[in-house]
Design a protein around this ligand. Structure first.
Ligand code: HAH
Length: 335
């Protein structure tokens, strides 16, 4: 029987006593998935449209049209909005770090540009963003390296992180400020994130939460590792948000490209993983202040190009026709 969007429970209603349910949108899905968004989600974030290169492609030239439209759509539909992201090593324009003659800009100049970017962006949306990813992915992946090598680190120094939080707090003291990262549940990276956040808290830097991107898959991370990560970050007094959730149909090692749809085994495993993940989220509802999927339905996901370019993936709880998958039923049937 054809599944009707009206006949199924709404995710945001099912989770109303737990946490807001969010989705990352883009300029296309804000239209194509409109009905699904309105029914199931009460928090939105922009997948790319509020990144530095999108909002300030040239120095002093701010392009807010798409972001304004997204925030307007959220407001019209009583949805909250997460800001992503103010300071990152990726999707950040080169001019931030260079002088007009192409030479490397000074620490002072780069910090002034950082402050200008943050106060213009977070200032425009002041009071309309409940949480900002202030700094994204500043921890290194290499086991023995603490902070990621980046222009921010190289040209400003370690305190680029402190400064970003201070500038954001100054312009919008009502927003909860987050440090956000991936592989956040693996013990090695978890301990480095913990060390960074602890040092910020001890220095009195205004940080309020840790974002677990939760780019997970059918095999990893383990449920124990997820619990340990939530508890470790929460022990610093941080709120926790699941900021970019997807559950890849492929384990990290699985680079095969021949599937045109998920096998029955993948679909079943994914549903089981979703069930277990949301059971943990509900258990930690005192510290988890939102859960956001990094997309809406399987019609589009960044995972179609990562880590294997052009390989289709099916990481969400709605399929490409916007119908509820087994994964959906596993996260709503818990009462
Ligand atoms: C995230 N990086 C970014 O935060 C988000 O802005 C982007 O749209 C997609 C994913 C995740 C990531 C990863 O899982 C592994 C390597 C690099 C980046």
């Amino acid at each position: 029987m054809e599944q009707n969007i009206k006949d199924i429970p709404s995710l945001q209603s099912v989770y109303k006593d737990y946490f807001p349910i969010g989705a990352a949108i883009n300029a296309r899905t804000i239209d194509t998935e409109k009905n699904l968004l309105k029914k199931h989600f009460n928090s939105l974030t922009a997948e790319n449209e509020m990144k530095p290169e999108n909002l300030q492609p040239k120095e002093g030239v701010f392009t807010f049209d798409v972001a304004d439209k997204m925030i307007g759509f959220a407001k019209q539909n009583n949805m909250r909005f997460r800001g992503h992201t103010l300071v990152w090593h990726n999707q950040t324009p080169e001019w931030m770090f260079a002088n007009s003659d192409g030479s490397v800009a000074s620490r002072e100049k780069i910090l002034a540009r950082m402050e200008n970017h943050i106060s213009t962006v977070a200032g425009r949306y002041k009071g309309q963003i409940y949480s900002w990813d202030v700094v994204n992915e500043a921890i290194a992946d290499e086991e023995k390296v603490f902070l990621r090598q980046s222009k921010w680190l190289e040209l400003v120094g370690e305190d680029f992180i402190d400064k970003a939080f201070e500038y954001a707090h100054k312009v919008d003291p009502s927003a909860a400020l987050f440090y956000n990262d991936y592989n956040e549940s693996f013990p090695g990276k978890r301990e480095k994130i913990y060390r960074l956040v602890k040092s910020l808290v001890e220095k009195g830097v205004p940080i309020h939460g840790v974002g677990l991107q939760a780019h997970w898959n059918i095999a990893e991370p383990s449920l124990d590792n997820i619990r340990e990560a939530i508890e470790r970050y929460a022990s610093l007094g941080m709120q926790i948000q699941i900021t970019e959730m997807d559950v890849s149909a492929f384990s990290w090692e699985d680079k095969r490209t021949d599937l045109v749809k998920p096998t029955a085994q993948i679909a079943e495993l994914q549903a089981q993983r979703y069930e277990e993940f949301f059971k943990i989220f509900r258990e930690y509802k005192e510290v988890i202040t939102s859960v956001t999927f990094w997309g809406v339905s399987d019609s589009y996901t960044w995972l179609n190009d990562f880590p294997v370019r052009g390989r289709k993936n099916w990481p969400f709880v709605f399929d490409a026709n916007q119908h509820a998958k087994d994964s959906f039923w596993k996260i709503v049937d818990f009462k």
